[in-house]
Structures are given as structure tokens and as C-alpha cells.
Design a protein around this ligand. Structure first.
Ligand code: ATP
Length: 258
């Protein structure tokens, strides 16, 4: 694990050079290695632009950006990505999907195969190695995506609403799987979500991104694992209320006792 984490200094992004509007406006941000950071915010606020910039898919118009001590020049093997859309290849069996990511690093076949089996076991899919993606549920396909990305041992994992399309129960199970993998690997995770409760279950820290800037940077020091009791504790409710207030969703919500 690199000790450098993620550093943004005055990063701005302008998609269209002929338009004044900035998708990101002068963002300075430090994320220590190993932290789990959730990003919430209203639609169009710049969440995806921020994580795509970290991934190297979007180039800053201004400012500088390093991940693991290296300037980001484009996508790199040190940064894994999981999106909401299925990232599993339908024409490859589960085992071959996980091995695919390892091929690029010219790992010998035997080691590739062993590693894929290990990571499939880690996500609870040891028995599904020979199946086709179409034989799996949406939640199982997400597990394949997690095994695939963790097998490449990225220092940083960038996740843009990865569980957005799943039902509540499947999503809760995947939260546990992801948190286990995070604990084992100490990967730095930056996770975009629309769902405040999801941010509260996962994040050490919650950033609210709005109008291209960081509107709030909140610690989320709830004890783990964050089961129902922790999620309804006064501390959790205070964080939720703060997010709701910052997002301007609280019109009509009575203020509780100070
Ligand atoms: N490829 C693009 N080209 C031009 N403008 C873009 C592009 N992608 C995003 N934008 C603009 O940049 C701004 C930020 O969009 P972004 O997708 O980062 O927001 P978001 O917070 O992720 O929204 P959502 O929650 O809806 O995904 C918006 O004004 C959007 O229209």
C-alpha cells in the first residue's frame, strides 16, 4: 500500500472550452491511503466528473492530481474501476472474466488461474467459476466484477454507483462483501452514491459535491460493522441530518433538539 493516497490541488474541469461553465471548480482534496470515501450530491453536481478525473478518464483543465505519489496522466493499473453498468464480459465464463484483467499484466496461466480462484472464493463465488454470466443474478455478476477488480490489486478503487441498480437486500449483502475486501486489502476507495444510507454504511468520510465544488467534508466515525443499531444511533442521525441540510433537502423538516 502506498502511503501517498490521493491529492488534488486546485483541480478544475471544463468540458467545453467555449463555455464558461466548470464541471469541477478549483477542488483541493487529500485522501489518505486506505480511507473509504463516499461522495454524495445532487444530480449534475460533479460527482462522476470528480471520480472520472481520478481515474484519468477526464483531464483537468487546471490544477494537479496525484494518486499514490504519481501524477495522473490517464487510466492506470494502480486504479481499478467499477461502474453501475455491468462490467462483466458475457462471452467469457466467470473464471475467464476474472483472469482477463490479469492477462494484461502477463501473469503465467497457472498463477492467473490460482489468483482468480482465490478472489472468486473471497466474494463467495467459488462454485460459480465455470458458469456463464447469463446464468448469474445481477448481484452475482457484481461479485464477479468485484473479484475481477480486486484480483488486479489496485491501490485505489473508484466506484461510481456500482450497486445503484440492485435491490435493497442484494445491495446490503454486497456492502458486507465489499467492506470485507476493503479490510483485507487496505485499498483506498472512492465511492459515488445517490443514497445517504449507503454512504453511512460504507464511508469513513462523506464528501458532498455540489456545483463542481466540495460543499461539505464530513467524518463518519460510526463503529463497524454498521448494523441497524449503528445506523439509527444519534450519531448516525446527526450525520444524516447534516447531509440532508447541506443538500438543501430539509425544507419543512423540523429541527430536533440541539
Ligand atoms: N462528457 C461531458 N461533456 C460535457 N459536459 C458534461 C459531460 N459530463 C458531464 N458534464 C456536465 O458536467 C456537470 C457535472 O456532471 P456530472 O456527471 O459529473 O455530475 P453528477 O453529480 O455525477 O451527476 P449524476 O448524479 O446525475 O450522475 C453537469 O453540468 C454535466 O452536464
Amino acid at each position: 500500500m502506498s502511503m501517498d493516497g490521493i491529492n488534488l490541488d486546485g483541480v478544475s474541469v471544463r468540458y467545453d472550452p467555449n463555455v464558461d461553465e466548470l464541471a469541477l471548480n478549483d477542488i483541493t482534496l487529500r485522501i489518505p491511503a486506505g480511507q473509504f470515501v463516499c461522495i454524495v450530491g445532487k444530480s449534475g453536481g460533479g460527482k462522476s466528473t470528480l471520480v472520472r478525473t481520478l481515474a484519468g478518464l477526464v483531464k483537468p483543465s487546471q490544477g494537479s492530481l496525484t494518486v499514490g505519489g504519481k501524477a495522473v496522466e490517464g487510466p492506470g493499473e494502480d486504479r481499478g474501476m467499477v461502474f453501475q453498468e455491468d462490467t462483466v464480459f458475457p462471452w467469457l465464463r466467470v473464471q475467464d472474466n476474472v483472469e482477463f484483467g490479469l492477462r494484461a499484466r502477463s501473469m503465467p496461466k497457472q498463477e492467473r488461474s490460482r489468483k482468480a480462484q482465490e478472489w472468486l472464493a473471497a466474494v463467495g463465488l467459488a462454485d460459480a467459476a465455470g458458469k456463464w454470466p447469463r446464468e448469474l443474478s445481477g448481484g452475482m455478476r457484481k461479485r464477479v466484477a468485484l473479484a475481477t477488480v480486486f484480483a488486479t490489486e489496485p491501490e485505489t478503487l473508484i466506484m461510481d454507483e456500482p450497486f445503484g441498480a440492485l435491490d435493497f437486500v442484494t445491495r446490503s449483502v454486497l456492502h458486507s462483501v465489499l467492506l470485507d475486501l476493503w479490510r483485507q486489502t487496505e485499498t483506498t476507495i472512492v465511492f459515488v452514491t445517490h443514497d445517504i444510507e449507503e454512504a453511512l454504511v460504507l464511508g469513513d468520510r462523506i464528501l458532498i459535491v455540489s456545483d463542481g465544488g466540495i460543499l461539505a467534508d464530513l467524518d463518519c466515525p460510526l463503529p463497524r460493522p454498521r448494523l441497524e443499531d449503528e445506523r439509527s444511533s444519534p450519531e448516525a442521525l446527526a450525520i444524516t441530518r447534516e447531509i440532508v441540510r447541506r443538500l438543501g433537502l430539509s425544507a419543512g423538516t423540523p429541527e430536533g433538539p440541539a
